[in-house]
Design a binder for this molecule. Structure first.
Ligand SMILES: NC(=O)c1ccc[n+]([C@@H]2O[C@H](COP(=O)([O-])OP(=O)(O)OC[C@H]3O[C@@H](n4cnc5c(N)ncnc54)[C@H](OP(=O)(O)O)[C@@H]3O)[C@@H](O)[C@H]2O)c1
Length: 232
């Protein structure tokens, strides 16, 4: 059988690293991307899957970086089966919706939301060449209507808008049978989630790996936690 190929943004650590591991365990070849090529290579070395991991430098907030990554990958792959938009930042320290500056709103939306949209746009030609293309956007409970918090303004808005992008992308790609879904990983012990978080990165990665590999193909435009649909 043909090997399936996945790309995970921010795959060098945290939930993205666990998603990469989960996909490798299922026999996928995984493109592990990081803002730093060295970090991508180090992460690839940690995983014991020689030849199955392609490390690539990619900053989702920078169109030139996305284009360069795409160009270098086009020489190595002729299709993409799975795109996991996992890269994200959580930078709202000491600000709230009344005090946050435009610069921080720009930075967070640019990374967490527009980065995912631009990744889909640029990698679409490769995704269209797959027989079973799937896109998974890693969102957050902070992006749910009932989860919005005035104290995490740019992060909440970025994930709320990412969920909106999931709905719109799924509409736009339905006729091409490309599934697009959002997931909430729960509160996960990573650099972002901190030490008090109750979930392991593997638990945080589970629903994303399932949607990327095994979930029924007709499931699209939905929002998931623990393999169940939840309300936006
Ligand atoms: N941890 C939680 O409790 C939790 C809860 C809900 C949702 N999430 C979401 O899950 C995803 C992964 O979070 P995590 O907990 O694993 O966080 P993390 O440990 O902080 O890792 C974040 C990853 O995103 C990458 N990244 C940040 N900005 C980037 C950019 N501009 N371009 C490319 N990569 C970039 C980081 O790369 P560098 O190493 O280069 O910085 C890193 O690989 C995020 O979207 C986050 O919002 C996490």
């Amino acid at each position: 059988m043909e090997t399936k190929i996945a790309l995970v943004t921010g795959g060098n650590r945290g939930i993205g690293f666990s998603i990469t591991q989960g996909l490798l365990n299922k026999g996928y070849q995984v493109i592990i991307t990081s803002r730093s090529l060295d970090k991508a290579k180090q992460a690839a070395e940690k995983l014991n899957y020689l030849g199955q991991v392609i490390p690539v430098e990619l900053d989702v907030a920078d169109d030139n970086s996305i284009n360069q990554a795409l160009e270098s990958l086009q020489q190595k792959i002729d299709k993409l089966d799975v795109l996991i938009n996992n890269a994200g930042i959580y930078p709202d320290e000491g600000v709230n919706i009344l005090t946050i500056e435009r610069e921080l709103l720009d930075k967070t939306l640019n990374t967490n939301t527009f980065g995912a949209i631009r990744m889909v746009q640029e990698f679409l030609p490769l995704l269209k060449k797959s027989q079973d293309a799937r896109i998974v956007n890693i969102s957050s409970g902070f992006g749910e209507i009932d989860g919005l918090s005035a104290d995490y303004p740019s992060y909440c808005l970025s994930k709320l808008a990412l969920n909106g992008a999931t709905i719109m992308l799924s509409q736009a790609l339905r006729s091409q049978q490309i599934a697009v879904n959002s997931i909430c990983p729960g509160w996960v012990k990573t650099d972002m989630g901190g030490d008090s978080a109750p979930r392991t990165p593997e638990q945080g990665a589970d629903t994303a790996v399932w949607l990327a590999t095994e979930a029924p193909r007709n499931q699209t435009g939905k929002y998931w936690r623990d393999r169940k649909v939840i309300s936006y």
